[in-house]
Design a protein around this ligand. Structure first.
Ligand code: ADP
Ligand code: 5GP
Length: 191
């Protein structure tokens, strides 16, 4: 369970985009598919982008202890399934978790050896532009996410590594170098 990489930061900052570039550069890196109670966006596939669950099924999994971490984010629930991590980490595959800040804190407590990186936007305006430009969320949802982002940005000092996603390819190089270094030797994760 030691080769776990947590990528956190506010919605719209570019976590998903950076993780895609990171995995192109480091193809051995697996990605944990989270569970959520939010509706699929157009094009999202159940079991690939998320395990899309009802509230009742999510609750049952919480009761069964199936989550390594879980949190409520902007009125929906999200969680990392223990089975996802065990399947990948158990096979010796390093695995990336793309999660919000409350979940990252839980991982810090339960898996202190996990390597955590906070992705920050160059400015609040850039974050808003990216959320609007992505075109996946209604205006009300965007405002709600920006409200959460203020609290998340205030928490970035908790994280040992912060990458500012200003110019995408520079940020991807910086993230890749950090993750490569973290994976380079035993005992380095969490450093
Ligand atoms: P997150 O996964 O953190 O919610 P996404 O990866 O979906 O964020 O990125 C949000 C939007 O911002 C997408 O439309 C993406 O193409 C765009 N984006 C990501 N990184 C950058 C960047 N460095 N500069 C400009 N736009 C970016
Ligand atoms: P979205 O709805 O945009 O896919 O995700 C909303 C937020 O939930 C993002 O910040 C994303 O990183 C986070 N998230 C996705 N999966 C998980 C998870 O398994 N656990 C937690 N805590 N957050 C998650």
């Amino acid at each position: 369970m030691s080769r776990v990489i947590v990528i956190t930061g506010p919605s719209g900052v570019g976590k998903g985009t950076l993780i895609r570039l990171l995995r192109e550069r480091l193809p051995d890196l697996g990605l944990s598919v989270s569970a959520t109670t939010r509706d699929p966006r157009p094009g999202e596939v159940d079991g690939v982008d998320y395990h899309f669950l009802s509230e009742a099924d999510f609750d049952r999994l919480v009761r069964d202890g199936a989550f390594v971490e879980h949190a409520e984010y902007a009125g929906r629930r999200y969680g990392t399934l223990r089975a996802e991590l065990e399947r990948r980490a158990g096979a010796g595959e390093p695995v990336v978790l793309e999660i919000e800040v409350q979940g990252a804190r839980q991982i810090r407590a339960t898996l202190p050896e996990a390597f955590q990186v906070f992705i920050a936007p160059p400015s609040g305006d850039a974050l808003r532009e990216r959320l609007v430009g992505r075109g996946t969320d209604e205006p009300g949802v965007i405002e709600r996410r920006l409200g959460v982002a203020e609290q998340e940005l205030a928490a970035q000092g908790e994280f040992p590594h912060v990458v500012v996603n200003d110019r995408l390819h520079e940020a991807a190089e910086e993230l890749t170098a950090l993750v490569q270094e973290a994976l380079a030797g035993p005992g380095r994760l969490g450093a």
